[in-house]
Design a protein around this ligand. Structure first.
Ligand SMILES: C[S@@+](CC[C@H](N)C(=O)[O-])C[C@H]1O[C@@H](n2cnc3c(N)ncnc32)[C@H](O)[C@@H]1O
Length: 396
């Protein structure tokens, strides 16, 4: 089924619905622009300081232009402009959402003692039940996404809480099965819109969004596409760009997390959060590395590549320059994907973003500049690796 002229939706055994190149794709080409059917804040409900983001479009609120438009019903939620406030009142910040959030934020609310993740899940459920009332067709789209309900204590707790937010916009819809199903859809499909990049800060989300078409991208630990967003320019759409040339018929994949994560951490996240065992080319190679031992398995959940792995990467990439054929063969056998890290991973401190070429010019000429999808920096080709476009092929 054609999704865009560049992408086809196909069923691939063991991977479910998948997006496949419907034509040869060029590095930098935009293959999807997708608008969210639902957006919600990633910040804790119980926060001592006001949100620095517009509660509708999630743009950073500029203190120079304060006062912002405050919600007249709760005087709590702030919007970047009167237009955003009025758009919110007829969609994301309806009267029911406003009253529900006030009630959840009440100091006697059982949520106040809950971890931030649970508070954010509550925000999602309020947004999802609001969507059911405001846009039944988009609610059906949400329900059609991947994710089977799990009978968990979290889901039961959150359902009992949401049931007290009376009257919900469509009381006949409210059920514990539906709440559990919604949470499962959110877990597998939500995209994080990141906070502004900072070299010293932690990488965290300001909001989450459900993007119905982008939800069909499967994961690969060496992706051939990555997504960009421009929230602070007032645009909540995401754009998916091709990282390097992809032949027709090849699956187009994103990485569900920063590509620098170590093998055991990636495998754990994909199994626990997404319910599958990754068998991509990179995982097949790294599964044989000697340092995937139990110690690493027991370490924190966010391991990044360690020094040995960095050295393997360097050896492979140095030898790739062609000085020593034997070392090159050995290096590539140990770490055939070294080239990806040198060329497509942002080197800025604390960034770990992915670089993709800027879109080709109108006449089809490829761009010689690469943009990072996290920090937004743009660099010329030669500043990155010294390798020309025709270096190692990733299409093999
Ligand atoms: C965002 S959805 C992607 C679209 C999904 N395949 C579908 O049918 O709707 C994420 C889910 O897709 C499946 N998936 C994604 N990447 C995969 C991979 N590399 N191998 C196997 N399954 C994968 C997993 O079930 C995962 O929880």
């Amino acid at each position: 089924m054609a999704m865009t002229k560049e992408l086809r939706l196909s069923e691939i055994e063991g991977r479910g619905r998948s997006l496949v190149a419907a034509q040869p794709l060029k590095g930098g080409q935009i293959v999807l622009r997708d608008s969210p059917i639902l957006l919600y804040s990633a910040l804790p409900l119980f926060n001592s300081s006001p949100s620095p983001y517009c509660d509708h479009c999630f743009k950073t609120l500029n203190p120079q232009t304060a006062p912002f438009s405050l919600c007249p019903w709760c005087s709590h939620h702030a919007f970047c402009s009167p237009n955003c406030l009025s758009a919110a009142q007829s969609s994301s910040h309806s009267q029911w959402v406003c009253a529900a959030l006030v009630k959840l934020r009440n100091c006697h609310s059982p949520l106040s003692a809950q971890p931030v993740d649970r508070q954010v899940q509550a925000r999602f459920l309020v947004a999802a039940y609001n969507l059911a009332a405001n846009s039944p067709s988009n609610f059906q789209v949400l329900l059609s996404l991947q994710g089977q309900p799990q009978d968990s204590a979290d889901a039961q707790f959150l359902h009992s809480l949401i049931s007290t937010l009376c009257p919900p916009p469509q009381p006949q819809l409210l059920s514990s099965e539906l709440t559990a199903a919604l949470l499962a859809k959110d877990k597998l499909n939500a995209f994080g819109l990141m906070e502004p990049f900072s070299e010293s800060g932690l990488r965290s989300s300001r909001a989450y969004g459900i993007y119905p078409n982008a939800s069909f991208f499967n994961h690969d630990c060496l992706p051939n596409a990555c997504r960009f967003d421009y929230v602070d320019q007032g645009n909540t759409d995401i754009m998916v760009r091709i990282i390097h040339d992809v032949p027709e018929g090849r699956e187009v994949c994103l990485s569900y997390f920063p590509v620098n994560q170590a093998f055991s951490s990636r495998q754990r996240t994909l199994a626990e959060e997404y319910g599958f065992v990754c068998q991509c080319d990179r995982c097949k190679v790294e599964a044989n590395w000697s340092d995937n031992d139990e110690a690493e398995e027991e370490a924190g959940s966010e391991e990044v590549m360690d020094e040995d792995q960095d050295q393997e990467m360097e050896a492979a990439s140095e030898s790739e320059a062609g000085s020593d054929i034997e070392a090159q063969e050995q290096g590539e056998a140990d770490f055939p994907h070294a080239y990806f890290f040198i060329r497509f991973m942002c080197s800025r401190t604390n960034c770990w973003g992915t670089l993709a070429p800027l879109p080709p010019k109108d006449d089809g000429t490829p761009s010689d500049a690469m943009e990072c999808n996290v920090c937004g920096s743009v660099k010329k080709d030669e500043e990155i690796s010294g390798h020309g476009q025709n270096g190692l092929s990733l299409d093999g």
